[in-house]
Design a protein around this ligand. Structure first.
Ligand SMILES: [Zn+2]
Length: 295
């Protein structure tokens, strides 16, 4: 059976999975990810883990989803709020140890491609996928293709400016971004609880948690409405760990989107929860590899 080794690197853990060409995930392995290590230690451990996996599984290639903003042409990492040691690294050089065909894709773009391949976006020619986690990632699928922008850095919806008071700093170094109001780290700053803890509490009817999700949804909805005005996209898929709380924040999110979108774009606007969950990024990275190397 032909397989690809897909790797999803997050701020807190790394997931390794061999995936066949039809999108079946054959095995799932998880390792811790460290924020405070050097780039050489990071790439050394990546090399060791990959070579262990390639010894066990005869994979045709390696597909990496990384939480970085990448300059497409040069392979240089421009920004990496959750893995800061990667900034300035040239991935074409750092990953030259790989002996099989490989590809690197931004993690949010990977989730989008997973949705386009096997998820909620399968029948759509244009949609947006938001990954709600520590930060907010987003990807755009326009006219049947991932939209990367002129230099590969498009679709940072988490950094839409929604507040200009200068009071709310964001992980990007700016202020007032959507991510600073509607991500797990924003919720943590506000309530002292992690996204997972808030999800548990909301399930028990805790009013602080329910209110936090309601506010988060309202901000998210405003961002979605603005993007719907800009692009006239009907479908927004919400993925990432925090999307498990969808039923808690959806009502205010829907309301916020309806209020901020103009009459035309809002008529067919749909906000749905991803059914691929955490696997979207792994699957999408594998799909990106197949598009590049298998045809
Ligand atoms: Zn920002």
């Amino acid at each position: 059976m032909e397989t690809i080794l897909a790797i999803d690197v997050g701020g807190t853990h790394q997931r390794f999975s061999p995936i066949d060409f039809k999108g079946n995930i054959l095995e799932k392995m998880t390792y811790p990810s460290h924020r405070d290590i050097s780039s050489s230690a990071f790439f050394q451990s990546l090399e060791d883990r990959i070579s262990d996996h390639l010894k066990k599984n005869l994979c045709k290639g390696v597909a990496l989803a990384l939480p970085v903003v990448l300059e497409e042409q040069t392979g240089e990492v421009q920004d990496a709020p959750n893995l800061p040691f990667l900034v300035g690294q040239n991935l074409k050089e750092s990953l030259s140890f790989l002996s099989v065909p490989w590809i690197v894709e931004n993690d949010a773009n990977s989730a989008l491609l997973g949705e386009a391949w096997l998820g909620e976006g399968q029948k759509e020619s244009s949609f947006c996928c938001l990954t709600l986690g520590t930060g907010i990632g987003s990807g755009l699928f326009l006219n049947g293709k991932l939209w990367k922008g002129v230099r590969g850095m498009a679709s940072e919806m988490g950094h839409l400016k929604i507040d200009f008071s200068g009071k709310t700093p964001c992980s990007c170094g700016g202020h007032g971004c959507l991510e600073a109001f509607a991500s797990a780290s924003a919720l943590h700053k506000k309530t002292g609880y992690s996204g997972e803890e808030l999800y548990q509490k909301a399930g028990q009817g805790d009013s602080l948690a329910l209110h936090a999700f309601e506010e988060m949804g309202a901000f998210l909805g405003r961002g979605i409405g603005s993007v719907a005005n800009l692009l006239n996209i009907d479908l927004f898929i919400l993925a990432g760990q925090l999307s498990q709380a969808f039923h808690f924040f959806y009502p205010s999110c829907h309301r916020g989107a309806q209020e901020s979108a103009m009459k035309g774009p809002r008529q067919h606007l749909k906000i749905v929860q991803s059914k691929l969950g955490d696997d979207a990024g792994l699957l999408g990275a594998a799909y990106a590899w197949l598009q590049k190397h298998a045809r």
